[in-house]
Design a protein around this ligand. Sequence first.
Ligand code: UGA
Length: 438
Amino acid sequence: MKLTIIGSGYVGLTTGACFAKVGHHVMCVDSNPKKIETLLAGQIPIYEPGLEEIVKQNTASGRLKFTTSTEEGVDFGEIVFIAVPTPPNPDGSVDLRYVEKVARDIAAVIKGYKVIVDKSTVPVKTGEKVADTIRRYAPSVEFDVVSNPEFLREGSAVADLLDPDRIVIGANSPRAIAKMQELYAPFVAPVLVTDINSAELIKHAANSFLALKISYINHLSAICDAAGADVEKVAEGMGMDKRIGRAFLNAGLGYGGSCFPKDLAAFTTISNQLGVPFHLLSEVHNINTVQLQRFIKAIRDTLWVLQDKKLAVWGLSFKPHTDDVRSSVAVELVRQLVSEGARVTATDPKGMESFREFEPELAGKIALVDDPLAAVEGAEALVIATEWPDFAEVDLNEVKKRLIAPLVFDGRNLLDPWTMKELGFQYHCIGRNSAARS
Ligand code: UGA
């Protein structure tokens, strides 16, 4: 099939590349000529395992094309995806101006029947507004609007796209449903066909539920510390119940990234607007905020005064296997340590460049080094903020030698409490502190 993806950011590019990989002909559109130039030169502007190779192979085979022209794109595809950013407004609602602009741009150039698919994460009822907008500016042209939310995790987006748990198609027209089923025919996954509003809600409801699981286990981690229990064992025991499942019950510093915090705020706002406030979600958010504060308090309780103390921080990205530092709890942690006067030396396997780009002011206040061992040199303590497997490989005896005191605050339960104890570290972790001390 011939497909067009408008917006060549993280979601648009991964979706376009993977559709090309399964045999479709894809044209990716982006209004940023620099981005299109980079892509045409075979480089990808983000770090996502496996993506660059797929982009290169499919560009070479001619199945994946790039353009800055919306008209060329809309003329090309039978299905046109909207995959533009939906950033948060300061009040938590979603800024839909890019989606609205693309709807107008499509209306300006659409000539015959197209299926217009919303891939961007949007509040319920956005599909209706997209349809109204196109109808207003192109009243005589036939089209259908579909909601087809993405469930990609950064760092494993290619695998999530090629081997999804489910495909959700929200559509109100049999013609559009048939086109979408043809599109997804090469994928082996259950397909759920719903109305547009339900599909939009599925995305917000799923992300909010995952965030709820994380906050649940994080609050439990504090109870475990207070009661002398081990949160990993509690999670394991809970997770063995198939109705609960072990996934997303990893206690840590809380969730971050460009999806959960934003989607939770958006879902809270839209439920308020619908007159059905979702108070539970506010508590999920509160627990997430308190979790980081509790961790910083543990550092403060041990080191007493942070002013002028050198601290090593391992991790800046919001989770491992990505260079994304947006709404990263690790970055927030660094910000707060710096605001208390600590001298931070940080390292991250992939996130340092984007940290410099997105947080130039904060980056100017800390030292950044490539080597985790260089980061701990002469530091009062090591703080682990992101669970990169690379950090688990570092020689802990060497870490101990280089630290002023053998003090480790592990915000992601990356290391083993018993090993740390055996090696003579004072080890603080999340909800496993009785294990670390027994
Ligand atoms: C999330 C969802 O998992 C995807 O299904 C969804 O498509 C995507 O948002 C999106 O809306 O686009 P992502 O934000 O890439 O994906 O990352 P996750 O792997 O879900 O992790 C989110 C945050 O939760 C990270 O900060 C991670 O460290 C944290 N987390 C995750 C925990 O603290 N504990 C866990 O057990 C799992």
